[in-house]
Design a binder for this molecule. Sequence first.
Ligand code: PRP
Ligand code: URA
Length: 209
Amino acid sequence: MGQVHVLKHPLIQHKLTYIRDKDTGTKEFRALVQEVAMLMAYEITRELPLADVSVTTPVSDAKTQVIAGKTLALIPVLRAGLGMLDGILNLIPNAKVGHVGLYRDPETLDPVEYYCKLPQHMEERDAIVVDPMLATGGSASAAISAIKKRGAVSVKLMCLVAAPEGIEKVKASHPDVDIYVAAVDKELNSHGYIVPGLGDAGDRLFGTR
Ligand code: PRP
Ligand code: URA
């Protein structure tokens, strides 16, 4: 059964405050989202299995460890998930990257898939779906369904801010998926925006409004 993890590291919470601030401009917003994504990736990868290896230092042989087994696949949900990608790749540069393109229909709030391109052998990888916002949960659920349909069996979801409704939706549609968030906010407003949230993540990242 998947768990919900709220990552309360002080650096994550501090930076999230400035991400939420309406007066934070595009350049700083983008940098902060990358930084928080990197810090969250550090927490999420805490349990990755290690394998014993040997390495020769300038002084002697050393028995040490490297990350074992399957390669990670990072799956940003377009557009806003792209804002978190480079921060995670700073820590895990060898991860493969897939993209799922979805937008919310402004009337129905239902997700509409327009693109999906994933690394090969998804069944052998640990996938991390990344999107700053988990609002109704429709987009995240659809993104996870899209990658499971293409073979993924081990999936985690990483978001900055979640609404309780979004968490419940993902738990109901994908009970196997662990959810990692920096904050769980109070509610959704009548337009499906998270309150207090941070506004429209895609528009703030890319300066489109
Ligand atoms: C935002 C956000 C999520 C989705 C969350 O994307 O990045 O993908 O909304 O809402 P939900 O949980 O109710 O589905 P949006 O549809 O605005 O597209 P964009 O990233 O291209 O701006
Ligand atoms: N998408 C966003 O970008 N922000 C929200 O609050 C909800 C959905």
